[in-house]
Write a protein that binds this ligand. Structure first.
Ligand SMILES: [Zn+2]
Length: 455
């Protein structure tokens, strides 16, 4: 579901040095016009299982690698280029968080490999909670992008260049494990799928690498984040799992840079960073105070651990380690998990109905609702009401008639309401619980029993 629809801008292409040249003479080879090239922040993880780093990169690959703009496109006639596939479609896009996975470095003959890689990557991500329990709130689409050559630039070594559909490449910003892509090309393929909320680029490579772009809406793109990752490296999946933590859970990084020293600012809005100590947080009843002392899925217990949001001192994170700190742990901590679930419900609706609400329904007509299939941590609940009064025996039903619920044929209009909520123990904040609540109301046409015939 789109939170904002903004037309993609076309980015003027400024030529910078070709990758190989840049490595040989990084400073002198940069074209001065590249200064005007829009840059965005990307996050990357130099070591598998390690902590993240961030840098600024241009949104267009041509600016970084040169030449690619003048290459011939891949032969697309008779190929599946641009074809949209359904990897996991669970409901209408208007009610779902839509994830679009696009492949790069796959030739026309290798699109089956791409589909297998996309399924494997999504399987890795949904092996992690709360993605696992809440995948019913998500749709996952694939878009075929046919590349002229197999593999991507910078694999296996920095001097290798490939002509690919999305221009993705290792050694972005002189960093071997940082995979950048041409965001304009990514956007043009993503636009073929319904309403992309999150975009994942899977690059055809066995080498560990990836990145997380953020802040793209500010550059005019219809989605805010893009994750890149290599296809045949198991640890690369964790990069996307972490990046979605930013874009959906609005979570801060919990890792630090030694050089940043002590945080001297005030309290940050981030859910999982706080200047408060455990005692202060408990006393102020703020941030993650509801989870303090609980045993956490990451191991250890929830408290206030010094070092978060890049600052090693003066600011705290909820647990010693978590997926928002390093990729060697496969879990969000409890405050992070709650924030992720809140994010899923912000972007998606668990309750849908094809029964019209624009006009009154007959007392004997069926009202049908469908509920996202939620498992594991989730505890979905469905309740029915007549004129605001709950009909307890109808709890959990997905098809009712007003008459069956007990709407009287008394010549008056009545309403039937269905409410869903998620009573998961992974939510403790009442405001988050309120985000899970959804309701639909129908007006029932007045009706009256025929008067009994008298003899
Ligand atoms: Zn991060």
């Amino acid at each position: 579901m789109h939170k904002s629809k903004v037309a993609a801008i076309s980015v003027s292409v400024a030529l910078a040095a070709m990758l190989g040249t840049a490595l040989a003479a990084p400073a002198a080879a940069v074209d001065p016009r590249a200064v005007d090239e829009p840059h965005v922040t990307v996050e990357y993880f130099p070591e598998p299982g390690g902590e993240g780093r961030r840098t600024e990169v241009p949104v267009s690959t041509e600016a970084a690698t040169g030449g690619a703009a003048h290459r011939s496109a891949a032969p697309t006639t008779g190929t599946t280029d641009g074809e949209v596939g359904e990897l996991a479609v669970t409901g209408p896009s208007a009610d779902r968080l839509d994830v679009v996975i696009i492949g790069d470095g796959y030739t026309a003959d290798q699109q089956d490999d791409f589909h297998a890689a996309a399924a494997a990557k999504w399987g890795d991500i949904t092996g992690i909670e709360p993605y696992s329990s809440y995948q019913g709130l998500m749709n996952v689409w694939t878009v075929d992008a046919v590349s002229a050559e197999s593999g991507i630039t910078g694999d296996p070594t920095a001097d290798v260049t490939k002509n690919t559909a999305l221009g993705s490449y290792f050694w972005c910003s002189d960093t071997e494990r940082l995979i950048c892509a041409d965001i304009d090309k990514v956007a043009s393929y993503a636009a073929k799928a319904p309403e992309a909320d999150l975009v994942v680029v899977v690059s055809n490579s066995t080498k560990y690498g990836g990145a997380g772009y953020s802040g793209l809406e500010a550059e005019g793109y219809p989605f805010d984040g893009v994750s890149t990752l290599s296809s045949d490296n198991a640890q690369s999946s964790m990069i996307a799992a972490h990046e979605i933590g930013h874009s959906v859970g609005l979570l801060a990084d919990e890792y630090t840079y030694d050089s940043y020293g002590t945080w001297s600012g005030g309290e940050l809005p981030d859910i999982n960073s706080s200047v408060l100590t455990t005692d202060q947080m408990a006393a102020d009843r703020t941030k993650w105070y509801r989870w303090l002392g609980e045993t956490d899925p990451t191991g250890g217990s929830v408290g206030t651990y010094e070092g978060s949001s890049y600052y090693p001192y003066g600011i705290h994170r909820p647990t010693s380690n978590s997926l928002m700190r390093a990729l060697d742990v496969r879990d969000f901590n409890l405050p992070g998990r709650e924030a992720m679930i809140a994010g899923f419900y912000r972007e998606a609706n668990a309750l849908s109905s094809g029964t019209r609400r624009s006009s009154a329904v007959l007392r004997t007509a069926a009202i049908r609702v469908s509920r996202a299939e939620l498992t594991g941590l989730a505890a979905p609940e469905l309740r029915w009401y007549i004129d605001g009064v709950q009909v307890r025996r109808a709890q959990g039903l997905t098809a009712v008639t007003p008459a069956g619920l007990g709407v009287a044929a008394d010549g008056r209009a009545h309403t039937v309401t269905v409410r869903s909520a998620d009573r998961t123990t992974s939510i403790r904040d009442p405001r988050v619980l309120a985000e899970t609540a959804e309701s639909l109301t129908w007006t029932v046409k007045p009706s009256r029993h025929k008067a009994p015939s008298k003899h």
